[in-house]
Design a protein around this ligand. Structure first.
Ligand SMILES: O=C(O)C1=C[C@@H](OP(=O)(O)O)[C@@H](O)[C@H](O)C1
Ligand SMILES: C=C(OP(=O)(O)O)C(=O)O
Length: 439
């Protein structure tokens, strides 16, 4: 079977350009596989590492050599917009692309209109914009205060070398600022306030800056990051495979019914810059053993624990995978640190609540904005395929696909995976029979 894609125009804010890279694939049905399998998957490359490497390389004069860049739409959009002389930069639905480019265009003195999908225009950016204005940027909100679309007029003169910024909404604002910091005439000291979320993503940014010859001083106890004026040195940089994408394969192994199931994920490292490598520890509790090999990591089955307690503050993108795995295995779980899920590609908490319910699961807020209980009976999967809605969110599609280890499952709007893992369905065909259907 060949999966084919048709072009789909997006309809969003008036100043969006037509999206030429989005496609329709109405729905796919995945047929239950309870057979044993032993496969190797060449995992997609990390869009987070790719998007940082692209910004840093641009700030070093586009002279580095970036290897294994992601084919994710978020990264392809970053490449397109860094090369474009057009006055409108349409990021589609890519959060890092929106936040990193807002800082980059400001620091490099470019006049740009920043826009994206209707959902992107609901994702807050005011915290970053206000910090950039403190430094001396001129940026206007074109529709709603604090949200895209934005008009960037650039930075004529640096007015301050210190900013204070909240660390509890999105780490992407901090990564965006810290990457432009060495290029500012006076450098920059960033004071972080509130609880800090997604810290591994900031550490990833600092590590990639270091690879391009820039030193930043991070004092985590004082919540201060300082960067002196410095030049990025062009370098050869190899991007690792994507640990967030790996999580779906961990879930597949956790849910596989044959104990001899094996999956080797190629291109992953034990000492990763990616915080989502926490999936190794989480899945040890949910029934998957990780053995690092020369080429990546080998996943095999082990007994699972009866319950799980996990704080997702540092790895929010894993929450959907883990919720589905727990419900399908009948493992009771307590989740904390998932508040930021409400402002991602969709309100992921609401989306999870709606879709988990379809197979007897629940995600219940037990302490307001703090603690959630995940429960499910392990589900007696019936004969009719369950149909999962995906809410324009790649992670909804990929997190529910592993249910095919237990039942037939239909995933609606499966093209959403192009955001981070375009070859997901092709890769999945190695372990599951997939049928493409019109709506
Ligand atoms: O910097 C990055 O590459 C990312 C940071 C995280 O966002 P938040 O910092 O908003 O949690 C994560 O959810 C996103 O997928 C990628
Ligand atoms: C939240 C995500 O991405 P972004 O914020 O970059 O759109 C994601 O990939 O899960």
């Amino acid at each position: 079977m060949l999966l084919t894609f048709n072009r789909k125009p997006y309809f969003c804010s008036e100043i969006r350009l037509e999206d030429k890279s989005a496609y329709i694939l109405e729905k796919v049905t995945l047929y239950k596989n309870s057979q044993v399998f032993d496969v190797k998957i060449q995992l997609a490359s990390s869009k987070s590492e790719s998007n940082r490497a692209l910004i840093i390389n641009a700030l070093s004069g586009f002279k580095g050599d970036l290897q294994n860049l992601s084919s994710a739409r978020d990264t392809q959009t970053m490449i397109r917009l860094l090369q474009s002389n057009e006055p409108i930069a349409d990021v589609i639905d890519a959060g890092t692309t929106m936040r990193f480019l807002t800082a980059y265009f400001t620091a490099t003195g470019q006049s740009k209109t920043m826009t994206g999908t209707a959902r992107m225009c609901e994702r807050p950016i005011g915290i970053l914009v206000e910090a950039l204005k403190t430094i001396g940027a001129e940026i206007d909100y074109l529709q709603k205060e604090g949200y895209p679309p934005l008009q960037i007029h650039g930075l004529s003169e640096q007015k301050s070398n210190e900013v204070t910024i909240r660390g509890d909404v999105s780490s992407q604002y901090i990564s965006a600022l810290v990457m432009i910091a060495p290029t500012l005439p006076q450098g920059l000291t960033i004071h972080l306030t509130g609880d800090l979320g997604s810290i591994p993503y900031i550490k990833m940014t600092l590590a990639q800056m270091k690879a391009f010859g820039v030193e930043a001083k991070a004092e985590w106890d004082k919540k201060v990051i300082s960067v002196a004026p410095q030049s990025y040195a062009p370098t050869a940089y190899q991007i690792e495979s994507d640990w967030s994408g790996a999580s779906y394969w961990y879930s597949i192994v956790a849910l596989a019914t044959d104990e001899a199931t094996k999956v080797e994920l190629l291109g992953l490292k034990e000492n990763s810059l990616q915080g989502d490598s926490a999936i190794v520890d989480i899945m040890t509790q949910l029934g998957v053993k990780s053995t690092f090999t020369k080429e990546g990591v080998l996943l095999t089955k082990i007994p699972a624990q009866a319950s799980l307690n996990w704080d997702f503050t540092n790895c929010p993108d894993l929450a959907q995978t883990v919720a589905v795995t727990c419900v399908a295995k009948g493992i009771e779980a307590t989740f904390t640190g998932i508040e930021s899920l409400k402002i991602k590609e969709t309100d992921r908490i609401l989306a999870l609540q709606n879709e988990l319910r379809k197979f007897g699961g629940s995600l219940t807020e037990v302490v307001t904005n703090t603690e959630y209980k995940v429960a499910g009976s392990g589900f007696e999967f019936g004969s009719a395929p369950i149909s999962i809605a995906t809410y324009d969110d790649h992670r909804m599609a990929m997190a529910f696909a592993p249910l095919a280890m237990l039942t037939d499952v239909t995933i609606e709007e499966p093209h959403v995976v192009v955001k981070s893992y375009p070859s997901f369905w092709e890769d999945l065909k190695k372990v599951v029979q997939i049928e493409q259907q019109p709506k």
